[in-house]
Design a protein around this ligand. Sequence first.
Ligand code: LCS
Length: 391
Amino acid sequence: MDIKDAGFDSKLIHAGDFEDGLGSAVTPIYQTSTFKFESAEHGAKCFSGQSDGFIYTRLGNPTIRDLERAVAVLENGFDGISASSGMGAINTIYMTYLGAGDHIVSSDAVYGPSRAVLESIYPRFDVESTFVNTSDWKKVRDAIKPNTKLIYVETPANPTMGITDIRKVAELAHESGIPLCVDNTFCSPYLQKPLDMGADIVLHSMTKFINGHADVVAGMIVTKTEEHYKKIRPVLTNMGFNMDPSQAFLVRRGLKTLAIRIERAQKNAIKVAHFLEDHPAVDWVKYPGLASHPQHELAKKQMSGPGAMISFGLKGGFKAGEKMMNKVKLALLAVSLGGIETLIQHPASMTHSKLSKESKIKAGITDDLVRLSVGIENVEDIIHDLDQAMK
Ligand code: LCS
């Protein structure tokens, strides 16, 4: 059976399997920096691309290739390119598509550093950025300029949980001949497949749901076509944003249980979101699974489930949120997300603290916003913990 024809859960277990001739049940860690060539001619053929043998781990390695092929199959893409971190993947995309005099249109609410680098580092290379609320596709249309070379969307957005219509924005991008890149970290391919909806590139911080165990930092890019793959891969390998084999091994192991982890975390998150919405101390809750979410209908259309990320604000504002975060006992007061443990954090002073006050306000990252990544503990315990902390 071709693994591409198998069900998603079967792909999670078997996609990418590397045949080493030893019958290994899982792809082992090939902890080697370099690979012996059979002959000088073979070495030359590996470098010219006439042979696909491994050369040097920065360029490729069996443990890493296994993971790249697996995530590419899960995203219905052409192939994957793994990175040292989510930021390694993101900067690879920026560097591939943006040069001096070019322009990018990006969601205004994205992971803090994804925006901060465009505001603080890329202007040095004469790259210009426009940040808009991509939940309103007309704002994307109006921001496109003759020198726009990339449209970059994060949906659901970190930390506002705003949702962007991937199909509509892909259509707009392609009318102007611009590639669309979607950061799919909050969903993983289990809940959302941007390439099937018209995106050209999808990327992940695999530190989050894909690995899922808060024990590794990693990134991945998957392209829809060979053309994009061939453009991106040499940028990543030559910049040295590559992954390490032991990192790849851990992520591949975590990936196998993605479906059951997300199912459980999501089931918990739905209950937690309703609990928060009904709680007298809570001012607002933003969760794609609640009818009160402004893009609830769109979320139902393009995501197969609402996920495990929730943002909310307390009636007492930042001071109350701060008190609550200091009182949780089960949840960890920590950044990152998408792991098996429940995490709580304050984006305005933590993950998004490097953005200017004005950028934060415009993007909806208000001071009262508390972000929750719901884990797979017993939901009664999560709710009890939040309740006692709010009291
Ligand atoms: N994209 C999204 C949506 C993210 O949430 C993150 C990290 C990244 C990219 C970057 O990935 P990394 O380099 O860390 O693997 N988000 C974090 C967060 O919200 N808290 O801590 C890290």
